[in-house]
Design a binder for this molecule. Structure first.
Ligand SMILES: Nc1nc2c(ncn2[C@@H]2O[C@H](COP(=O)(O)OP(=O)(O)OP(=O)(O)O)[C@@H](O)[C@H]2O)c(=O)[nH]1
Length: 418
């Protein structure tokens, strides 16, 4: 058939189809279709080159072009080259006037590369989604303003909110203490990333969970801070275990108060803080020892004695100021540490405890109560005191005086130098 010379120079592929047979293909089309010679392609039916699954759709387009005057919109389909390679083509077709009935002019573009890229992109996206869907930890991303832009579905298990409920909200909204998020962002801005940064978040049901955050800063093309991206993990169970271990290591198992080691540690810290001060330190210890406690054990048994000890501890606890440390040294001997008070206040505090114990009905068994009394020795830290024992020895002497004086007394040990 007659051809136009410039069609041979056109980089786009052009073919003419008459009655379903390829009658013309320009050089670009022959090249794309990997024809060794024009006859490999031209003169053969179109159906030879179209993937069976797309054949119906393509033939319908060609038929429409054969009849209609207007152009067909582009359609994508799979085709075979002359060498059997699968290609993805986008074809536009129109009726070719002056070449007789059933003539179609079609041009097509090679979309194989793009299709392969789309497949790869889709696979990458599917892999990403699969990974996000199976993750137990929470992957998230915020923008420079701290607005959550992505969060994976695991957030539902961890925070109780769906990802959709969270996306678009400020990440700070889920921190019980905004200062904790500010500290996190400051660390990320400073170092570019954080690993296992401790924090807390509030769940939808209001409970607060412990989390560990590993996150890095995102930068835009100009190197400007563009938000953060990372993972946070619910570590509440681990933290609870650590807290329980800490409690077991520092608390007395019967009364739940600080054990001997911990209360002595607090005393040592209090001494350290005041060691080099010249003025009279405002630190007092009150050594508390129950009077005739053996009688309770001997009369009612050890288990009842345990209950009585716990009730005594609750009585003292009710008198204790928030800042005072209270612990069990052993047996029925306890220690109260008072800081930032003067002598008169320390005496009053001791007297308050003594009176409260005396006035409390201790229930031994159902329907049977008794009163306990406590003797208290007080000692004040002196400028030369170095170790807890310096102070405790004086408190012990005061306690013995209290016992000697008939018990249920408060005695202050005045250092020899005073
Ligand atoms: N139930 C119970 N008793 C304890 C515990 N620790 C020490 N005790 C008892 O506390 C009593 C202390 O007796 P003592 O040292 O003679 O002192 P006390 O009877 O309180 O007499 P004074 O201190 O001299 O007023 C003993 O019977 C101990 O067995 C405890 O954990 N539970």
């Amino acid at each position: 058939m007659p051809t136009v010379a410039w069609l041979e120079q056109l980089p786009a592929c052009v073919v003419v189809i008459i009655a379903g047979v390829l009658r013309y293909a320009n050089a670009a089309a022959l090249h794309l279709m990997e024809a060794q010679a024009p006859d490999d392609f031209v003169g053969r039916p179109v159906v030879d080159f179209i993937h069976p699954l797309d054949l119906h759709r393509v033939l319908a387009r060609i038929r429409r072009a054969e009849q209609a005057a207007g152009a067909n919109p582009p359609t994508e389909f799979r085709a075979y080259s002359c060498r059997g390679r699968t290609l993805m083509l986008a074809m536009s077709s129109t009726h070719l006037q002056d070449s007789g009935a059933g003539s179609v002019l079609a041009s097509f573009l090679d979309m194989t590369e793009r299709a392969a890229m789309e497949t790869r992109l889709r696979e990458t996206e599917e892999n990403f989604q699969r990974m996000m869907n199976t993750m137990q930890d929470v992957f998230y991303r915020t923008d420079a303003q701290g607005i959550t832009r992505y969060v994976c579905p695991a957030v539902k298990n961890v925070l109780g909110y769906t990802a959709e409920e969270i996306i678009g909200l400020p990440a700070a909204a889920f921190y019980p203490d905004p200062a904790e998020r500010e500290a996190l962002i400051a660390a990320i801005r400073k170092h570019g990333f954080v690993r296992d940064f401790p924090g807390r978040m509030r769940r939808k049901d209001g409970t607060v969970i412990d989390i560990s955050i590993s996150t890095q800063a995102l930068r835009d093309e100009q190197g400007q801070y563009a938000g953060v991206e990372g993972i946070w993990r619910d570590i509440t169970e681990r933290k609870n275990m650590e807290r329980e271990l800490e409690r077991l290591a520092t608390r007395d198992s019967l009364t739940g108060k600080l054990n001997r080691r911990s209360i002595l540690e607090r005393l040592e810290q209090a001494l350290d803080q005041r060691r080099d001060r010249r003025e009279q330190p405002s630190l007092f210890v009150l050594l508390l020892d129950l009077d005739h406690f053996k009688r309770i054990n001997d009369t009612h048994g050890h288990a009842v004695g345990d209950q009585a000890l716990c009730q005594f501890v609750e009585t003292v606890e009710r008198q204790r100021r928030g800042d005072d440390h209270f612990g069990r040294l052993g047996g029925e001997e306890f220690l109260l540490i008072l800081e930032g008070v003067d002598l008169a206040e320390a005496r009053q505090a001791a007297e308050r405890v003594r009176l409260a114990v005396e006035r409390t009905n201790i229930e031994l068994v159902e329907g049977l109560t008794t009163q306990l009394t406590v003797s208290i020795g007080i000692a004040q830290m002196q400028p030369g005191d170095r170790r807890p024992s310096d102070l405790l020895e004086r408190a012990d002497r005061a306690l013995y005086k209290a016992k000697d004086l008939g018990r249920n007394q408060v005695v202050l040990e005045v250092p020899a130098a005073n």
